[in-house]
Design a protein around this ligand. Structure first.
Ligand code: KG4
Ligand code: ZN
Length: 329
């Protein structure tokens, strides 16, 4: 049984997964309310909160699974990329827990974790596939050939991540942080054709993405539109449509270029209903098998880290004590 800890950004999370890939418990303590008043994550504030939450969250994960710590065979932890101070809290906690019981430690890459959200029972999706990973920190298209950490990136954002574009759009529309889900809710009452926001085409056979121009276009439109609610809903719907069109067009192109017949979609933005529906439609048309991450596992969580850990090398006791976290991929 693997106990995993995730603390790369503003979620403190712990989960237990058994040797067969069954999820026994998954606890996520979100700090987003703490950071909302600043309009984004404050790294030092996040680190300090992780410090307070890490042990209670691990205890809760064990409680929820109804098992004692003596049943755990290995401790897994996100080692990067992410906020360095935040990562260090999770890593130090995981090292201490593993060391205390002479267990192995399994360091996991956060992006591998997002992909591995698809590998859990009861309906695991196995590679090979093309993956669209769209989160608040990363947006990329990559070929995945096995369950391990390796992936071949064929396209990525040149500026903002898709989640970041949702968050910045939400902020311009006066919604809170993080704004992706709030923007999606506001957009339900709007006309997605009310505004025509151009979608940038960039580099590498058209497989890279860019969202910064879109954000500027929204800013201009918000200033022009004034503040009534109907106007804001139209703006949200049109902006979301442009973001989704950009993601979908680049993804379908990547499927063509790579010749892959299965598309996997993971990360916080994979929770977006409009994106999910658009990909379902396009994949059905193109005869591509579509595997969407379960809604509960799109945003950051430790279940995906435990899942990835099953396919990563374990560092034996006590070799991991000098292991360091890393901020960038
Ligand atoms: O994967 P994640 O939890 O954290 C990172 O690794 O970055 O992704 C968080 C991002 C945020 O930017 C959030 O606004 C976005 O995912 N997000 C959404 C939705 N739910 C979360 N974006 C669009 N629509 C949603 N329903
Ligand atoms: Zn993430």
């Amino acid at each position: 049984m693997i106990l995993a800890i995730e603390s790369s950004c503003d979620e403190t999370a712990a989960a237990l997964v058994d040797d067969g890939g069954r999820l026994l418990s998954s606890v996520v303590a979100s700090q987003s309310e703490l950071h909302a008043r600043y309009g984004g994550v404050v790294p030092e504030v996040a680190s300090r909160r992780h410090l307070e939450l890490c042990v209670p969250v691990v205890e809760r994960a064990l409680d929820d699974a109804g098992v004692g710590f003596d049943r755990v065979d290995a401790v897994a932890v996100t080692e990067g990329p992410g906020l360095i101070g935040a990562l260090l809290v999770g890593l130090a906690t995981a090292k201490a827990l593993a060391f205390a019981r002479r267990l192995p430690l399994i360091p996991v890459g956060h992006l591998h974790g997002h992909v591995a959200s698809l590998y859990l029972e009861p309906e695991p999706v196995a590679p090979p596939f093309l993956v669209l990973l769209a989160s608040g920190g990363h947006t990329l298209l990559a070929e995945v050939d096995d369950h391990g950490p390796g992936m071949h990136v064929v396209g990525q954002t040149l500026d903002d991540a898709a989640g970041e574009a949702f968050d910045k759009g939400a902020r311009l529309l006066g919604l809170g942080y993080p704004g992706g889900a709030a923007l999606e809710r506001l957009a339900r009452d709007g006309d997605d054709r009310a505004h025509e926001f151009a979608v940038a085409m960039a580099g590498r056979e058209g497989l890279d993405l860019s969202f910064s121009g879109l954000k500027t276009a929204l800013r201009t439109a918000v200033l022009a539109a004034g503040g009534d609610d109907g106007g804001r809903a139209d703006l949200a719907a049109s902006y979301q449509r442009a973001l989704v069109r950009s993601l979908v067009s680049r993804t379908m192109r990547a499927l063509e270029v790579t010749g892959r017949d299965t598309l996997a979609v993971v990360g916080g933005v994979a929770a977006n209903g409009v994106l999910r529906a658009a990909l379902e439609q396009e994949c059905a048309r193109a005869g591509v098998r579509l595997a969407l991450a379960p809604l509960a596992l799109c945003s950051d969580n430790a279940a995906m880290i435990a899942s990835a850990a099953r396919f990563c090398p374990a560092l034996p006791y006590p070799e991991y004590l000098a292991r360091d976290a890393y901020a960038t991929a």
